[in-house]
Design a protein around this ligand. Structure first.
Ligand SMILES: NC(=O)c1ccc[n+]([C@@H]2O[C@H](COP(=O)([O-])OP(=O)(O)OC[C@H]3O[C@@H](n4cnc5c(N)ncnc54)[C@H](OP(=O)(O)O)[C@@H]3O)[C@@H](O)[C@H]2O)c1
Length: 234
């Protein structure tokens, strides 16, 4: 898949998350759960560094306020270029105090025509579609046009669902921690429209399963969908 001049029409998209054994991303009500162990945390830092951009939804920013920086100390190597931080904020709910707006590294807020919200000058605003949801193909074209070759999508449940349902995922990794959260109020890996038949579920192919920390890391790719390869290291 290429755009004008042979450049990829969109960046490579890798979705990553950590879940409990019962598939939950967080505690009841969305309260952050530290599900990853040290090896998984270091693996995610490596992905952030390699792919050059990390993306979350505004729901995750409101609940977790992540810095989305690379913790280079966990990689035991000197700091490299910081990844571009991206937040999907179609309706303008991103708190002005969010850590990702602290101006310490390049940041893009992806929003829509339906939001009248202005953002601090510490972030670039990218308008993708009429809204209220950010138009993902339009966003990815905009990111490719800015020279981004890879994006690590780090959730949460609605954003993961949107990328998977739109067929815009090239690879997915899920760290499964050996804990059970239970109940009905804890968000699961994928929100969005429910599936009632096998025709409606999202089908993935297992690439590998490996022990990591106290849990397992599952690597997957979409079944029956074209994908693009990861960007070569610069
Ligand atoms: N364990 C993990 O690996 C992990 C990782 C990340 C997050 N989390 C957890 O996930 C939870 C947050 O997930 P969430 O589902 O509430 O929020 P989310 O997926 O982070 O953000 C969803 C919001 O993003 C906005 N959005 C704009 N365009 C969108 C599009 N095209 N598709 C989807 N969303 C779009 C919408 O905001 P509007 O409603 O304003 O339109 C939507 O409600 C938290 O509990 C967090 O702790 C866990």
């Amino acid at each position: 898949m290429t755009g004008d001049g042979g450049a990829p029409a969109r960046p490579y998209v890798h979705v990553n998350c950590a879940v409990s054994l019962d598939g939950r991303l967080a505690f009841a009500g969305g309260k952050r759960a530290m599900l990853s162990g040290p090896q998984d945390l270091a693996r995610v830092q490596g992905l952030r560094a390699e792919l050059g951009a990390v993306l979350v939804g505004v729901g995750t920013v409101i609940m977790d306020d992540p810095s989305l920086r690379v913790h280079w100390e966990l990689l035991h190597r000197p700091p490299g270029p910081p990844p571009v931080r991206i937040c999907l904020d179609g309706r303008g709910r991103l708190p002005a105090s969010a850590r990702m707006l602290d101006g310490t590294q390049p940041t893009i807020v992806a929003t829509t025509d339906s939001s009248k919200r202005g953002y601090p000058s510490t972030a670039e605003t990218l308008v993708a579609g009429p809204g209220p949801e950010v138009d993902l193909p339009l966003l990815l074209r905009g990111l490719a046009g800015r020279g981004l070759r890879g994006v690590l999508v780090e959730g949460g449940a609605h954003v993961t669902a949107s990328f998977l349902r739109a067929g815009l995922v090239d690879r997915m990794t899920v760290y499964v921690a050996p804990v059970l959260i239970g109940g009905a109020e804890a968000p699961s890996l994928m929100a969005g429209p429910e599936s009632h038949t096998p025709e409606e579920w999202v089908e993935l192919l297992r690439e590998s399963v490996e022990p990591l920390d106290d849990g397992v890391l599952i690597s997957l790719r979409p079944r029956n969908r074209p994908t693009i390869p990861p960007p070569a290291p610069l």
